[in-house]
Design a protein around this ligand. Structure first.
Ligand code: ADP
Ligand code: DAR
Length: 367
């Protein structure tokens, strides 16, 4: 039944060494699975088969996939995150658990000689009683949005997070116009049109666009919750400043409020921490970033030199519009620690602070 897919995978194994899912797929293991399990695992790999240039090459489609297909995912996680196949993840937001921080644990980029920068910390979360986005029906996507709209009433009534929900779902009472959507995207608040992402389309994650999609935005636009992107929720704090603790601590406080809302139980794994669609986000599901101008390292108009310098520092470089976008015209790039799994949330924000200091020195040396 899967002869064609298996032949495609075999051919890709030879041509695409960077495609982790393809490289970790074992046909002998696949042959031991029953028909339903084979269908599920092949669905997880479809994005990496349809997009040979993938690096991760797979997405989980059920919250239990990482456990149900552990022989495959353990290999893929080990390869991507450079950890042991039996690695276990621990979550910890307590900065006092991290050594070598400045006094009082205050991560003030001004002490590094940096001006106020746009700071953002985001985490992914998936509701435990729904399939992951790659396997949802349109009705399930809209039902999840409806569940979240009820939950958002708690935030609307909260003095620190009051705001409004903006829906892309046709006919939703909070539906916004295309112009309002584009303004939110341009303000780096709303996510881009998923139907333009070949990886998410092949994964089934972008299906039914834009049904069940939207975002909650606080009145001051510093607290945002995406609904229906790559994970069910992306919860984030974002503001311009120099003290990274502000967005990190505010997000943790906001998460404590969200976790207490009736009807919201998030998918967690005993071994892998926060369960996410993409294995690259598993564990913390956290990306902590700053937007910083690197005119010297981007003098050729690309992010190539900045990426080459940042990678050994444990940092990823994205464009000004996020993943798969170009650098800003003024040399602005999005810098964030690469690690998400088998690292704690506190270690991630500390890594951003330490990484930015090192990158600043490299930028000055390139001048
Ligand atoms: P994610 O960070 O959720 O994986 P992206 O990298 O695609 O997603 O970024 C999503 C949006 O968030 C983009 O508009 C991007 O410009 C914006 N963004 C990310 N980090 C920052 C930041 N530090 N300051 C301002 N906007 C940011
Ligand atoms: N193109 C996919 C992206 C994986 C990491 N980015 C995410 N999850 N947004 C790949 O497999 O390379």
């Amino acid at each position: 039944m899967y002869e064609q897919k298996l032949a495609q995978i075999a051919a890709l194994k030879a041509d695409q060494p960077q495609n982790i899912a393809i490289q970790c797929f074992d046909p002998a293991y696949f042959a031991t699975l029953g028909p339903d399990e084979q269908a599920r695992l092949m669905t997880c790999l479809n994005s990496g088969i349809e997009n040979p240039d993938s690096e991760m090459g797979c997405y989980a489609c059920q919250p239990s996939d990482y456990d149900d297909f552990r022989p495959f995912f353990a290999k893929a996680l080990a390869r991507n995150h450079r950890v042991a196949e039996d690695a276990k993840h621990t979550n910890n937001w307590d900065l006092s658990s991290v050594d070598g921080l400045p006094d009082e644990g205050v991560l003030d980029m001004a002490a590094l000689g940096l001006p106020p920068l746009s700071m953002r910390v985001r985490v992914g979360r998936n509701l435990a009683d729904f399939p992951l986005p790659g396997s949802m029906t349109r009705d399930q996507r809209v039902a999840l949005e409806t569940r979240m709209m009820a939950a958002f009433q708690v935030l609307i009534d909260h003095p620190d997070y009051g705001g409004a929900y903006h829906s892309l779902t046709p006919g939703n009472l909070n539906q916004i116009t295309q112009a309002q959507y584009q303004e939110l995207v341009d303000a780096h608040i709303m996510f881009k049109d998923m139907s333009n992402d070949s990886y998410l389309l092949a994964a089934g994650i972008a299906a039914d666009w834009p049904h069940g999609r939207g975002c909650y935005v606080s009145d001051d636009r510093s607290f945002i919750i995406w609904v229906g992107e790559e994970d069910h929720l992306r919860i984030m704090c974002m503001e311009r400043g120099t003290v990274l603790n502000r967005v990190f601590d505010r997000l943790k406080t906001a998460l404590d409020v969200v976790n207490g809302i009736d009807g919201l139980t998030f998918a967690m794994s005993d071994d892998y921490g926060v369960v996410t669609s993409c294995p690259t986000n598993l564990g913390t599901a956290m990306r902590a970033s700053v937007h910083i101008q690197l005119p010297n390292l981007t003098a050729d108009g690309t992010d190539q030199k900045a990426k080459a310098i940042a990678k050994p520092l444990g940092l990823s470089v994205r464009g000004a519009g996020g993943e798969h976008t170009p650098i800003g015209a003024d040399g602005t790039v999005d810098i964030s620690p690469s690690a998400r799994f088998c690292i704690t949330e506190a270690q991630i924000i500390a890594a951003l602070y330490k990484g930015i200091a090192l990158l600043k020195a490299e930028e000055e040396a390139a001048g």
